[in-house]
Design a protein around this ligand. Structure first.
Ligand SMILES: O=C(O)CCC(=O)C(=O)O
Ligand SMILES: [Fe+2]
Length: 378
């Protein structure tokens, strides 16, 4: 057995530096880049556990610890180029600045979890106590026009003709986001002591059904209870958020329901959180954290990427071995899916999973449960 290096003792004058609730993870040990700096993660499919470097294993342990403790973590900014991030916010701002009728021409299609196009100001609200002053644009995988979708979550994007710059930048950002999420899945596997291959296999085809939502948040309206996004948990698997420098995203943690600000760097920051499906798979060992967004003083832009496993994946929860000491996921009343019995550590939401075994059926059922008419069918 290798000797464990002794940790040097401090002088005793400085307080023990405690990890913040929302930790930062540097994924670079799991990313490769081509000559243009484009991120690739293809190599992770064949990474044997015995070949993983100490740095890769350490990333895995940090990701698993974060998902078990807070359910979220920030990413070191070095995985996206500053220029790319800046351009994305510029394009997004230009799109939202278009006259309302032009944006409404690309009105949203929403069928179950398949959502594409523009969602107008104030048309979505997670909880009826709050008005959410924001507008959005949803897109996904560039599904080819000449091929019929193979499942209910696939189909073509609706690109606005009036903002031609939007499509190439947003498509690149979608592909980049898939790569980053694959690195996170590989990190989870490594952190659980497994080779990445099997968990990546569960995600094969997940890019074709994943959903990107671009939001512009507006200031709160006077005389109305407003939040940019009401307290909620994400239903899916893993979420990646790219937010501008405004801040306002908060996660709830601890038995007292305290809110923690996601540290917003001046220009942009990246955040990952686990969803309800991930919590279900792990028997509540991974947290699906409650979060919300405060209304900004002027405006706030974010790209929110809901990364899904393959539509037909019938995930074997035993692959995601929960550690005995992991916190239960569902202490919060805002969590609509999980109901963890702290005595038995059973997740009651799992009962429904016997009839909705495939991920795609599960997520469609979740969306259908809240859908009224198409958001812009007023
Ligand atoms: O805009 C954000 O930063 C997060 C929004 C969010 O939580 C969501 O859309 O699920
Ligand atoms: Fe969310």
């Amino acid at each position: 057995m290798a000797a464990v290096a002794e940790v040097p003792k401090g002088t005793g004058s400085e307080a023990e530096a405690e990890e913040p609730v929302i930790m930062q993870v540097d994924l670079s040990a799991l990313l490769e880049r081509d000559l243009d700096g484009k991120v690739s993660t293809v190599h992770l499919d064949s990474l044997a556990l015995s070949e993983a470097t100490a740095a890769q294993l350490a990333v895995g342990q940090r990701v698993v610890a974060s998902l078990q403790k807070a359910g979220c973590f920030t990413l070191a900014a070095n995985c996206i180029q500053d220029r790319e991030a800046r351009e994305l916010f510029t394009e997004a701002g230009a799109y939202f600045d278009l006259p309302e009728p032009q944006k409404r021409a690309g009105r949203a299609v929403a069928r179950g979890g398949f959502i594409r196009g523009y969602v107008a100001y104030g048309q979505e609200s997670g909880r009826k106590e709050y008005f959410e002053p924001k507008e959005g644009f949803s897109y996904g995988y560039e599904w080819p026009d000449d091929q019929p979708p193979q499942n209910a979550l696939q189909g073509c994007n609706i690109w606005p003709a009036e903002a031609p710059g939007l499509r190439p930048g947003l498509t690149r950002h979608f592909d980049w986001s898939v790569s980053i999420m694959r690195a996170v899945v590989a990190a989870i596997a490594l952190g659980l002591g497994q080779a990445p291959r099997d968990l990546l296999e569960v995600c094969a085809g997940g890019d074709t059904i994943s959903l990107m939502r671009l939001f512009r948040y507006h200031p709160a309206e006077a005389d109305r209870a407003c939040l940019g996004s009401s307290p909620h948990t994400d239903w899916g698997f893993l979420t990646l958020i790219l937010q501008d420098g405004t801040g306002g995203l908060q996660f709830q943690h601890g038995s007292e329901g305290r809110w923690y600000d996601v540290p917003a760097r001046e220009d942009y920051s990246l955040v990952v959180n686990g969803g309800d499906f991930l919590a279900l798979l792990t028997g509540g060992a991974f947290v699906s954290p409650v979060h919300r967004v405060q209304c900004p003083p002027v405006s706030r832009l974010s790209f929110v990427f809901f990364y899904y496993p393959g539509y037909e994946s019938e995930v074997d929860g035993r692959q995601w071995r929960p550690s005995k000491d992991a916190p239960a996921a569902a202490a919060s009343t805002h969590n609509t899916l999980l109901d963890v019995d702290s005595g038995t550590r059973q997740v009651s939401g799992l009962a429904g999973m016997t009839s909705l075994r495939q991920f795609g059926d599960y997520i469609n059922a979740k969306w259908q449960g809240v859908q009224r008419a198409s958001p812009n069918d007023a």
